[in-house]
Write a protein of this length. Structure first.
Lengths: 354, 248
């Protein structure tokens, strides 16, 4: 049954994960995502699931690998420095084609950085992150409701493609409270374990091995191509974005996550002062909506793109690749845990860029 | 003619890549025989990184290959979601006692109901003979070519002694395979480590002292002698923890 509730982003994600079928959570404390493991610690036992506070992020992601490799809907959550530690495990998970969900409530960096909101983990989320050639399906939701909606279906996507799915939240998303509609509990009690899962039931020639070691170059190259063929399908089928006032826009602002909400108010302000601004908000940051950027770049009325981010400029690189020199691509950002206002964005645009 | 010896069912027909005289083959047999004796429907093994990295090709059940040192965490994840499966991790000394020290200590401290087979040959075999956390004082390795020095490298880690200080583990024993008598004793220990799991008694680990003729620069006979005379004195055999006895 659907329910309307006022929830903090982290709690909402945790509840949506459970309603989406998650029955195993492994995590380690780090700000600003602590409400997720805290919520899971009491909620998992209520639904017959498993919760462990692991000894490290490294261990948590490997517990996910073990549980998910045997067919469970398993997840972990962390924040930037913790995600760095998980990258080894994520690489193995990607290589072994194990489905799972990883939530990253991004804080500022590098190093220990700060605990305030940031988007400086874009690179380590969409470009692979760990060693080797791989990607994840990465969502950058902009509201607590969108976190819920994406998390609710994230396991279905992970299992459909047999790959890790990441929910990339700029720290604010974890901490803000918003009214959300929670979807009904999905029931997987009659769904058989997937045919690839090493669940202990097979022997001899039927046995299943969850593995990312391929010592023969030709076999490994074949795996690399197989994985990238899946990423091509993602590009075709899973790209999500939202457009706001782009129909006649001369200046296309692009932003993802909470920043896109600030950018949207900036677009309204710019429109009021006669500037034809629009917003293109990627909802999936991998796959990146490159085609949409390319089509907008081909329009004669579009004069430039401005990527607005809580970083020193990371997504802007993907925007430039997509626009491919057809139009100027500028960057406006704050970092270190600082957040720009709508007025800051307006001022940047009105002054004509840098 | 009566059949007096049979390969364990829990081993595949794949020829192993282990060097002549290496104890891994024996350790695989001990593990496989112990599992063969259990009357259980679900078995999942976790392979390490190191010489036993291909263990998933040799054990005849569902397997997961873990990252270096992470086998106890992977086994934990599996066991918690499939509690009625018998889950074992098979690890070497570099994997378990160096890079994976956190994972083994915390799996033991949590009393995870898993079985760990710890093969200690006091050296990194797969990478070519580097110093291990269990390399003994004076023992030569490619990264301590004059022998392990306390001043430079500190002391070797005695894993069974250390883990037995924790409250979590049920059963910890160190065994050797340098002769038939000891192999038989080792089999009993490995059997018990799996039976404990069937009975839900919690974490069991068997440390098997092992040879590495290739990287020790010895032949198999010399290697067995080295285990008997040197390793067994540095790493004394025996039961370090057994809560099943306390209960009885």
């Amino acid at each position: 049954m659907e329910e309307k509730k006022l929830l903090k982003g982290n709690e909402a994600i945790a509840e949506a994960a459970i309603r989406g079928g998650c029955r195993a959570f492994f995590g380690y404390p780090i700000t600003p995502q602590n409400e997720i493991p805290e919520y899971m610690s009491f909620r998992m036992p209520e639904v017959g699931g498993v919760f462990i506070q692991s000894e490290s992020e490294v261990s948590a992601i490997n517990m996910v690998y073990g549980a998910a490799g045997s067919g469970a809907r398993a997840m972990t959550s962390s924040s930037s420095p913790g995600i760095s530690l998980k990258q080894e495990g994520i690489s193995y998970i990607a290589g072994a084609e194990v489905p799972c969900v990883i939530v990253n409530m991004v804080r500022s960096g590098p190093g220990l950085g700060g605990i305030q909101p940031a988007q400086c983990d874009y690179f380590q989320s969409v470009k692979g992150g760990g060693h080797g050639d791989y990607k994840m399906l990465v969502y950058g939701p902009n509201s607590v409701q969108e976190c819920v909606d994406i998390m609710y279906n994230a396991f279905d996507k992970a299992f459909e493609y047999r790959m890790p799915v990441m929910i990339l939240g700029d720290g604010m998303l974890g901490q803000i409270m918003e009214a959300v509609t929670l979807p009904p509990m999905k029931d997987f009690s009659n769904v058989p374990n997937p045919d690839w899962a090493a669940d202990g039931t097979r022997y001899g020639n039927d046995r299943r091995v969850i593995n990312s070691l391929y010592i023969q170059p030709d076999e490994l190259e074949a795996l690399n191509h197989k994985l990238f063929a899946k990423y091509d399908v993602l590009q075709e089928k899973e790209c999500m974005y939202e457009e706001y006032l782009c129909e006649d826009a001369e200046i296309v602002i692009t932003a993802y996550g909470t920043v896109a909400r600030i950018a949207k108010s900036a677009v309204d302000m710019l429109r009021e002062s006669g500037v034809k601004a629009g917003l293109l908000r990627p909802i999936t940051v991998f796959p990146f909506p490159s085609d949409r950027f390319a089509r907008l770049a081909s329009r004669s009325e579009v004069k430039k793109f401005v990527s607005v981010e809580l970083s020193m400029g990371q997504m802007v690189e993907d925007v430039r690749l997509a626009v491919n020199g057809k139009k100027p691509v500028e960057f406006f950002g704050r970092c270190g845990g600082n957040v720009m206002t709508g007025e800051d964005i307006v001022e940047y645009i009105i002054k004509g860029g840098k | 003619m009566a059949k007096i010896f049979e390969k364990p069912k829990m081993l595949t027909d794949k020829p192993t890549h282990y060097c002549p005289g290496c104890t891994h083959g024996q350790a695989h047999i001990l593990t496989a025989r112990a599992i063969d004796k259990l009357n259980v429907k679900k078995i999942i093994g976790v392979a390490p990184v190191g010489c036993a990295v291909f263990a998933y090709e040799y054990f005849n059940c569902d397997m997961q290959e873990a990252a270096h040192g992470r086998a106890p965490a992977v086994a934990t994840g599996i066991k918690r979601v499939i509690p009625d499966a018998i889950v074992f991790a098979y690890q070497g000394d570099g994997d378990l006692a160096s890079i994976g020290m956190a994972e083994i200590v915390h799996a033991a401290a949590r009393g995870e109901n898993i079985t760990v087979i710890f093969v200690n040959n006091a050296i990194y075999g797969m990478t070519g003979g580097q110093m291990a956390p269990t390399t003994m004082i004076g023992q030569k390795a490619t990264t301590c070519q004059s022998g392990r020095s306390v001043a430079l490298n500190g002391y070797p880690i005695h894993v069974s002694e250390m883990l037995s200080q924790l409250q979590g583990p049920c059963y910890i024993e160190r065994v050797s395979c340098h002769d038939v008598k000891h192999i038989r004793q080792a089999q009993k220990a490995v059997d018990k480590a799996f039976q404990n799991q069937v009975e839900g008694r919690g974490f069991s680990m068997i440390e098997i002292l092992a040879t590495c003729p290739t990287n020790w620069g010895m032949n198999p006979i010399e290697s067995n002698k080295y285990v008997e005379e040197v390793m067994c004195s540095v790493y004394p055999l025996g039961v370090y923890k057994d809560t099943t006895k306390e209960e009885a």
